[in-house]
Design a protein around this ligand. Structure first.
Ligand code: GSH
Length: 263
């Protein structure tokens, strides 16, 4: 479980649920969707990745990995989006988002672990196909200063490669493309004869993966998977999806389109 022992007075003093998140971040979208499905009240702290707000000493004191999202519940800091949604569903059992049969529950956790392992590849393809070079200008002057305080070698390595003149390597992009292709087949195979990813109702597994499918659509990743698209179409109609995913990201996307910024 991604609990962080923080000495940040700001974090320790927060009461209730506080989410540090970014509108366009898929990991943040996943947590916002979960909060809304469970009808939980929360306080928003928007961390603008395009302005490197995740690299400020104040934020790094709360989340040393300098990533969003971070949940703070009555002073307790939890990072890692899969751990956060699991925590929310365990702590607030009303409107459960987990199957009650043990085999189905195991399957839900397997889908969440696969989601975690896919994140690095989704990040690669998001930067390659969607964000392009739009973060480079803001990141370059601040990256080495951030590298001195952030405890996240993978993130720093990724961003160094991204801001380099050469950009992300072809090998990285190819590996990500192949990975995602295989994962989409796995998801589609499950959904060919099941309505949901685990058990027989909407669960944390569906929350996590619908967010990534949305991202693949945005980047126009080929998805000729009919069962997967039918399942996604049903989730996209949920009011929670519109409120916590589409409405939040609309503003960022319009700025990307205008060539101003991205995240
Ligand atoms: N395993 C983490 C991954 C978190 C992550 O990758 N967050 C991204 C946004 S989705 C981030 O903060 N990136 C910082 C950056 O790109 O500079 C989780 O699931 O929460």
């Amino acid at each position: 479980m991604g609990i962080i022992n923080t000495e940040s007075a700001e974090a320790l003093n927060l009461k209730g649920l506080h989410l540090f998140h970014y509108a366009m971040s898929n990991c943040s979208q996943k947590v916002r969707l979960c909060l809304e499905e469970k009808r939980l009240e929360w306080t928003s702290h928007h961390v603008d990745l395009t302005h490197n707000e995740h690299f400020t000493p104040e934020y790094v004191a709360i989340n040393p990995k300098a990533q969003v999202p971070t949940l703070i519940h009555d002073g307790m800091v939890i990072i890692e989006s899969s751990d956060i949604i699991d925590y929310l569903d365990r702590t607030f059992p009303e409107r459960p988002l987990r199957p009650n049969v043990s085999g189905d529950l195991e399957l839900m956790y397997r889908w969440l672990r696969l989601w975690d392992d896919t994140q690095t590849h989704l990040k690669t393809l998001s930067h390659h196909h969607l964000f392009g070079r739009s973060r480079v200008h803001q990141l370059r002057p601040q990256l080495e200063r951030a590298a001195r305080i952030v405890k996240n070698d993978d993130l720093i390595k990724f961003l160094r490669e991204y801001v380099s003149d050469r950009g992300l390597s072809e090998e990285r992009v190819e590996t990500a493309t192949e990975w995602i292709g295989r994962v989409l087949l796995q998801l589609d195979a499950r959904l060919k004869d099941h309505g949901w990813l685990s058990g027989d109702f909407f669960s944390l597994a569906d929350i996590a993966w619908c967010i990534d499918i949305h991202r693949f659509q945005l980047m126009r990743f080929p998805m000729p998977h009919s069962a997967l698209l039918t399942w996604y179409g049903r989730i996209e109609m949920r009011p929670s999806f519109k409120k916590m995913v589409l409405d939040y990201e609309a503003q960022v996307l319009s700025q990307v389109a205008a060539g101003q910024r991205t995240g």
